[in-house]
Write a protein that binds this ligand. Structure first.
Ligand code: TTP
Ligand code: MG
Length: 408
């Protein structure tokens, strides 16, 4: 039972990230041994596709050596801008699952999933959903996911059955699960430390766990105590929120610039509905609303304000957005209109039970009806009556869901 876990921490790491992006973009490279790195003989391999790894090649190996070991490998020069764009999509998926995401690099992050069982199901279900969502958002890339009650065990677990792995280690089994793994899997144990551990007769994490703590500390100093803790599956470090998970937004570049208050309000309504739906689907409440307007001269303006009560109700987002409009002090015309909800938190059970009486709950029921209609008939199939009165359709539009904090 997930509820019995003191914390639920996931670590997700994309498989052969740069190489997989290259294979995604060029179907001719799929299934092939592939090295991403400079075509020249100087420099090192950034990563190797899983087809190349049985030849013993991998990250940081000199290119000349890698080509000798795997002469049939195709060498592709890196395209960092592309990897960054894909990374952003992946990070956005993480942000949909948790407000506490700690990104470690372009392709890996910790997610604190504590208390989300009622939204995403037990770890097995959540892990599968996370992997599916990554694949969907990227057009087919795979990640490996580890889930346990500490960062350390989650990280070791994500590497345990790469590629396309999902490894769940319940906290009561964590120490036993770590035991047979080599000391190289101890976080922070580089080659030098590994040699020292070997010289002390310690080959596995279980050996380190069974060793006397003071003896280890006398041999390795502070690191000795630290390794002893990790080997017991003790790791109290929290998931440090990084900037990726701070907001959920929706913005739209319009086919023609708008100026009238009714048009602007209509766009805000649409964006508030989209943002509200994403908040609810992911079990979030927001503590603030930000409106973004882009003028026809491409200058972006934003205004934001905190809400009196955290909310996931579309109407609350919409009202706050409308209330922010006078603060822009700008008559337009505008070419883009968007809303973001920021300072996200988990919706608590207590709040869900709120559904019942009063105006607030009427709005929640309306949202629930619109959400269900979207799921059954597709987004936008059902409109609020007020929207149908609107004159002059704007025409084909580009819809961009975005994370404002990422600056796009
Ligand atoms: P990793 O996650 O370490 O490696 P990976 O995703 O390629 O493969 P794995 O399935 O084992 O996770 O690193 C992510 C990306 O970062 C990798 O695709 C290339 C880049 N990278 C470097 O540029 N230099 C390096 O030394 C390493 C390790 C990675
Ligand atoms: Mg990776």
């Amino acid at each position: 039972m997930q509820e019995a876990w003191p914390r639920v921490i996931a670590h997700a790491d994309m498989d052969a990230f740069y190489a997989s992006v290259e294979q995604l973009d060029d179907p001719g490279l799929r299934g092939q041994p592939l090295l991403v790195g400079p075509r020249s003989d100087r420099g090192v391999v950034l990563t190797a596709s899983y087809e190349a790894r049985p030849f013993g090649v991998g990250s940081a190996m000199p290119m000349t050596r890698a080509r000798r070991l795997c002469p049939q490998a195709v060498v592709v020069p890196p395209r960092f801008e592309r990897y960054k764009a894909v990374s952003k999509r992946v990070m956005r998926v993480f942000a949909d699952f948790s407000p506490a995401v700690e990104a470690l690099s372009l392709d890996e992050a910790f997610l604190d999933m504590t208390g989300t069982g009622h939204i995403f199901g037990p770890p097995e279900t959540f892990g599968a959903r996370l992997k599916n969502a990554i694949s969907e958002a990227t057009g087919g890339l795979s990640a490996s996911v580890g889930i346990s009650a500490t960062k350390y065990v989650a990280k070791v677990a994500s590497g345990y059955s790469k590629p396309d792995g999902l490894t769940i280690v319940p906290p009561e089994r964590a120490k036993q699960w770590l035991a047979p793994q080599p000391v190289a899997m101890l976080w922070g144990a580089g080659p030098k430390t590994q040699r020292r551990l070997a010289a002390l007769g310690l080959a596995t994490i279980g050996d380190v766990a069974a060793a006397d703590r003071r003896w280890l500390a006398s041999k390795l100093g502070k690191a000795g105590s630290h390794f002893h803790e990790l080997a017991q599956a003790k790791d109290p470090r929290p998931v440090a929120r990084s900037r990726t998970a701070k907001s959920i937004g929706s913005e739209r570049t319009l086919a023609s610039d708008v100026k009238s208050e009714t048009e602007i309000a209509f766009q805000l309504r649409r964006a508030a509905d989209a943002v509200g739906r994403r908040l609810r689907r992911n079990g979030y409440v927001a503590r603030g609303v930000r409106v973004k307007l882009k003028r026809s001269d491409f200058r972006s303006l934003t205004r934001q304000r905190g809400l009196a009560e955290p909310t996931d109700v579309s109407e609350d987002l919409y009202r706050m957005a409308v209330a922010l409009l006078p603060e822009f002090n700008d008559a337009g015309p505008f070419r883009l209109i968007g809303i973001a909800a920021y300072e996200l938190d988990r919706r608590t059970e207590a709040r869900q039970l709120h559904l019942g009486m009063g105006e607030g709950s009427r709005q929640q029921r309306l949202d629930a009806v619109l959400d269900q209609a979207d799921e059954r008939f597709g987004p936008g199939a059902v409109h609020r009556a007020g929207d149908l009165i609107r004159q002059s359709p704007i025409g084909p539009e580009v819809d961009l869901d975005f994370l404002l904090d990422d600056g796009d």
